[in-house]
Design a protein around this ligand. Structure first.
Ligand code: PLP
Length: 397
């Protein structure tokens, strides 16, 4: 029996292979320090859990409208619009089972076979997977290291745009590198999108995971709302990764089609979970602030300890829960030329489990420095200390 050809173009999150290797290593009785997980080891705030339970008790266990429960769509429109200083109406909001489904649904709305889409590399691997799977041509754009983090070269970006380019995927507050655009960079990207008539997917999964200042959305810039679809998720801000709750926020006509895709794919997002979502937006701000404080303490510690390791250096990001250190010199000092081999040895010698740059897209020509991603969302401060202490000892030995 033969399966369809298109499956050969479907990618995945290879980071899950790192989880598997860590679990296998732990199953053999070894201690593992889990820096590979983009998951959160903290509980979902109680008001959200309680509202979900009430949802079941109140009988919200049947189908609901494909685009979502009206009260949740209104709450999302209000909260998202206020946080971004832009008007958002509830008919622009389509509830989704998580943030991720917005990627494929957006592409299905804007991309025909053969069309080109720009996506970040390193970046969230599902962008490339979905572009290629749906018959498009993915065009990876890169970042360069600066003193304070990473930046996009706008001239290079513009040189990649052809008459087949239809969309730009933008993950400001970026996984894995924690890059954050300056206002100028964001405005320059918006200018490009308007000049070349591109759609924009603004992946705002980490919009609320920021430690100081205020996040901004490209959708709020003049002329951008009508060409931008926002990926919104409850996963990170409210420690709800496993609940699968998020939304696409799009121009009304696109939102209508995304709602119809929902009906084709899922019928609707899990009904009673949406009541948890309403409580998240209306009752869980304090819990979410506490969660952010915990993440901030972890970030500060992990940042300090990583920089104390010879041959490892990383800037302090102001958002997300990832650190993306340059590990080139540490790796070479240990006799490795391949960062994957270095990561495997680090797991076996020290128990530290982390992803490398290669888990976030094929390395681009000319890339010489080697990077790893340390997520601190799934590991407490004591284990951060012990784990990175062991990593330091091993690298110094
Ligand atoms: N976009 C980015 C950049 C992410 O890092 C993630 C999850 O890690 C997602 C989207 C998907 O979020 P969700 O778990 O809500 O589907």
């Amino acid at each position: 029996m033969e399966l369809a050809n298109r499956l050969e173009r479907l990618g995945t999150e290879t980071a899950f292979a790192v989880s598997q290797a860590a679990s296998d290593w732990a199953a053999k009785g070894n201690e593992v320090f889990p820096f590979h997980l983009g998951d959160i080891d903290l509980p979902t705030p109680a008001p959200i859990v309680e509202a979900m339970r009430r949802g079941i008790a109140d009988g919200h266990t049947g189908y609901c409208p494909g685009p979502g429960v009206g009260e949740l769509r209104e709450a999302i429109a209000s909260v998202v619009g206020t946080a971004r200083d832009m008007p958002v109406s509830s008919d622009q909001v389509v509830v989704q089972p998580g943030g991720k489904p917005t990627i494929g649904k957006f592409l299905q709305c804007v991309m025909n076979p053969g069309d080109e889409v720009l996506f970040p590399n390193p970046g969230f691997p599902i962008y490339e997977s979905q572009i290629e799977y749906l018959g498009g041509v993915g065009r990876p754009y890169s970042y360069h290291a600066t003193d304070t983090g990473f930046a996009i070269d706008i001239d290079v970006l513009e040189s990649m745009i052809t008459d087949r380019t239809v969309a730009f995927i933008y993950n400001d507050l970026q996984n894995p590198i924690s890059a954050e655009s300056t206002h100028e960079e964001r405005a320059a990207i918006a200018e490009l999108a308007m000049k070349h008539n591109l759609w924009v997917l603004s992946d705002e999964a980490y919009f609320d995971i920021r430690y100081s200042g205020k996040s901004s959305s490209i959708a709020a810039l003049p002329g951008m709302a009508e060409r931008t679809c926002i990926l919104y998720t409850f996963s990170k801000k409210y420690a709800m990764t496993g609940w699968r709750l998020g939304a696409s926020i799009a121009p009304v006509e696109m939102a209508r089609w995304i709602g119809q895709l929902n009906i084709n794919n899922e019928s609707c997002t899990n009904h009673f979970v949406q009541y948890g979502g309403i409580a998240a937006l209306t009752e869980a701000e304090d819990d979410s602030r506490l969660l952010l404080q915990t993440l901030r303490t972890r970030r500060d510690l992990a940042h300090q300890l990583l920089n104390e390791i010879p041959g490892v250096s990383v800037a302090l990001p102001n958002a997300t829960f990832y650190l993306f250190p340059d590990v080139t010199d540490a790796m070479l000092a240990k006799g490795f030329t391949d960062v994957g081999d270095f990561a495997t040895a680090a797991l076996h010698e020290t128990g530290n489990s982390f992803c490398t740059r290669a888990h976030f897209g094929r390395p681009l020509p000319g890339e010489r420095r080697k990077y790893a991603r340390f997520a601190y969302s799934g590991i407490d401060v004591d284990r951060i200390s012990t784990g990175l202490g062991r990593l330091k000892d091993w690298i110094e030995s």
